[in-house]
Structures are given as C-alpha cells and as structure tokens.
Design a protein around this ligand. Sequence first.
Ligand code: HEC
Ligand code: HEC
Ligand code: HEC
Length: 424
Amino acid sequence: MAVTLRSRTRRARRRNVLKVFGAILVFLALLGVAGVVTIRLLPLPEYSEVAAVDPGFKSTPARVERGAGLVAMTCAGCHASAEDQRLIGRALAELPKSWGEVAAPNLTVHKRAGLGAVGDAELVRAIRTGVDKDGKFMPPYMPRYSRMADEDLAAIVAFLRSDDPWVAADAAKPDDSKPSLGVKFKSLFTWRPAVASAEPIVRPSRNEPEALGAYLVEDLLQCNLCHGSRKDSLALAVPIQDPDYLGGGIEMTDFNGKPLFGANITFDEEAGIGRWTFDDFRRAMVDGARPDGTPVRWPMPRYAALDEVELAAIFSYLSNVPPVEDAVEPAAEYRIPGQKLDRGRHLFFKHACFGCHGDKTPHGVVFDAAAHFETDAMIVEFLRDPSATRPRIAMPAYGQRMDDEELLALAGYVRSMATALRNK
Ligand code: HEC
Ligand code: HEC
Ligand code: HEC
C-alpha cells in the first residue's frame, strides 16, 4: 500500500517536472522566434557619430588615370555591371549564400542613383569605415579600406568623379541588399565600423618590397576577401591572425550557378602554389592561366594594372605566409563537348569562356559580336589580346594559348552564339 502511494506521487511529480520543462521549452522557442523576428525587423545600426571629414582631394589627370587602374582591380569586381563593365552596380550572386542577397550600388556620377550628390567626406567615410552616406552600417560585404594610402584613395575618388564613360551618369538601381540573419546579427552585436587613421597614410615605396607586398595584399587588394579560410568567410577584421590565412575554401558561385572555391594561395607545395615560379604567378594574376594552361576562373580578378615590382612584392609576401596543408575542393566540372562535333564550342568550354559568358546562351557578360566585329578575323584579333583595344577589360588574352586556326574556329562559334542571342 505504502509502496503504491509513493510510486503514484513520484509519477505525479515526474509529470509536473515534465510539464514545467515543456513550458520552458515552449517559452524558449517563442523567445527564439521573437529574437529572429526582431533581428529581421531591426534596421542596421546607425553610426552617424563616425565623422565624415572632407579629405580635400584635388583631381588631376594623373590621378584619374591611376584611379582607373585601381578601380578596375578593386571596386569594379563588385560594382561593375557584368555586361559592359560600367560602374552601375549589380546583384552579387557569386558571394557565399550565407551572406544573404547582396547587391553593390551604382557608383556613377548620377545624382540620385549614383554618387553625384554624395560629398567627398561621405564617400571617403564609406570607403574607409563601412558607414554609408546616411550614417548606416554596411556589413563587410562592402570591404573596408581603412588603411588604403591617401594617394590611392585620392586617385579612386578622382576617377569616380571624372567624365570617364565607366562612371557616366546612369539611373540603374540594383535592389537593396538583404543581409542574412547571421550577417544582421553580427552587424548588430559584433561588428563595428573600421577606424580610419587620423594620421596621413603613405603608400610604401617601391624599394620596400616587404611593406609594399603587405600593403597590396592586406590593405588594397584584400586577397583574403576571396582566399580566406572556409571557417568564417566574413572574419575580415584581423585575417592575418587566422591560422588558415589565405588557405582558401570559401564557396562562391559562378555565372552558371555552379560552385567554385577560393584557391589556397599559400606556398604549400601540394595544396597551394609552393611549386610555382614567379612567371607562373604573373601569368595567373595578369593573364588568368595556371601553369598547366587551365584557366583561373572568374570571379578571380585580372590584375593587369600591377607592374613587375608590385607583382614581385605580392609573390614574396605570399611565400612568407605560413603554408596551409588543406587542399581546396576542385570547382564544378563542365562537360566539354568533343571537338569533332563543333570545334568552336569545344574550345569555348575548354578555355572556360563560359565562366564569364555563360554556358548555354550568353548571360553573365553578354556579347554582341555581330555589332562590334565585321569579320571573324577581327574577333580573332580581339581574342588575341582584348586589352589592346579595351585597356581595362577583365577578359584574359588568348593569343598565347591558342593558334590562329583555333581562334578562328572559336570566333565562328562566338558569332553564332551572338546571332542566336539577337534572334531570341
Ligand atoms: C566585395 C564586393 C565589393 C567591393 C570589392 C567594393 N564594394 Fe562598395 N559596396 C559593396 C556592397 C555590397 C555595397 C552595399 C552595401 C549594403 O548594401 O549595405 C557597397 C557600397 C558602396 C558604397 C555606398 C555607400 C553609400 O553611401 O551608400 C560606396 C560609395 C562604395 N561601395 C564604394 C566602393 C569603392 C570605391 C570600392 C573600391 C575601392 C568598393 N566599393 C569596393 C560591395 C563591394
Ligand atoms: C573576388 C574574389 C577574388 C579575389 C579578390 C582574389 N581572388 Fe584569387 N582566385 C579567386 C578564385 C575564385 C580562384 C579560383 C578560380 C578557379 O577555381 O578557377 C582564384 C585563384 C587564384 C590563383 C590560382 C591558384 C591556383 O592554385 O589555381 C591565384 C594565384 C590567386 N587567385 C591569387 C590571388 C591574389 C594574390 C589575390 C589578391 C591580390 C587574389 N587572388 C584575389 C578569387 C579571388
Ligand atoms: C574573366 C572573364 C572573361 C572570360 C574568361 C572571357 N571573357 Fe570575353 N569578355 C569579358 C568581358 C568583361 C568583356 C567585355 C564586355 C564589354 O566591355 O562590353 C568580354 C568581351 C568579349 C567579346 C567582345 C564582345 C562584344 O560584343 O564586344 C568577345 C567576342 C568575347 N569576350 C569572347 C570570349 C571568348 C571566346 C572567351 C574564351 C576564350 C572569353 N571571352 C573569355 C570577360 C571574359
């Protein structure tokens, strides 16, 4: 009798404990949902107290010219339209999905859609600290250039204010970014605007390769944005302290929606570029080809505006980064059609033209070969060295990689694609 009574009370107590426990769980779940909803609804934080100071930059023709090269290597990768490279902004579908839906705005001189009505003070604050023209925090998918040399920044601003066709007023307006929950959370609670130095920032001289390499890799070109380790693709604050610094693995998406990964650019002999010569490296950076001839695919930029001294400084910097042994997953494979069937199509895939021009009909960078080239020979001439006629073009040169006969076959295919697109 006593035993059953005790076991009954014990059962009742257990039931009560379960009830309380259940209530707590429901409460926590509701709290979680409320938290998620709150974070979604909260605007990004304001930092109007981050001073916007007029830098007093003057525009000179030399600055505009240098600025063009700097913008091509840095800002254009995100802010240029995929179609014709003008800085009218675009959705950045290649960024890791975990960042949300991100779009880079129009940087042309247009008064409403672009930077026409934004003063130098606000513009410089945005570039240096990540606080936008209205004082709002931009998550670090807009990189911070807090240590960019004043002279380089002056050149970039001069170019953005110039009458260059790249920044000619255009009313295009990409959608606003929709940061993911994680990015929103970090923007609210962890990240802060970068702090711009009050002291002048001087570009390291060309006689100091070590300082120059560090400046180019860490502060100006920020290779870590794409070559950072896979662990935290937005850990941009102190990347160098990451033990896998420049070890690669961040997943991006190419123009055709297939995954590709930032490469391991440390000097590990197996997983990285430890066996590359300086010539191999220059070719990958400037022409976009690996030592085995395979293309280094978009969105890896073409660093055509770097000179030998700068390239050597970067190469030497990378050789001193602790090697990371982890190999990066290979990018998605494309089926390369046999050359007997259609030689031009075969070459289009073999040389990864699809990486920028699309794998079926041209999307990504659309071309209008029919309008721009009267003859196939002119297309061949263009493919040999696109920068000969369009100096800032992001497209690699193919003159060293294919002979004239191959280039001609490719030109025929390009024309057929362009015609198919026109007739669509
Ligand atoms: C990795 C891609 C990326 C690169 C590289 C990049 N930006 Fe941006 N930028 C963005 C994105 C994305 C935004 C919008 C941020 C947002 O939606 O909060 C932005 C916003 C801006 C803004 C808007 C600020 C405002 O007041 O509204 C300016 C100005 C700007 N970028 C200038 C530059 C310049 C100049 C460079 C080159 C030195 C550059 N960006 C490089 C992605 C990039
Ligand atoms: C916008 C993103 C982005 C930026 C910025 C970037 N890279 Fe890359 N890079 C890539 C991607 C993606 C690949 C891999 C391409 C592929 O798989 O074909 C790559 C490949 C490479 C390769 C070829 C490595 C190999 O093993 O095949 C080298 C070398 C390289 N990058 C160096 C650099 C350096 C140095 C910088 C900075 C000056 C830099 N990259 C900046 C995206 C970027
Ligand atoms: C890294 C990206 C990239 C790769 C790879 C690439 N292109 Fe391009 N291509 C571009 C860009 C950017 C343009 C310039 C668009 C503009 O300025 O209007 C362009 C322009 C062209 C044009 C001129 C289009 C016109 O209407 O004026 C042709 C033709 C062309 N590419 C063919 C090719 C072929 C063939 C391959 C492969 C052998 C290739 N491209 C590889 C980026 C690329």
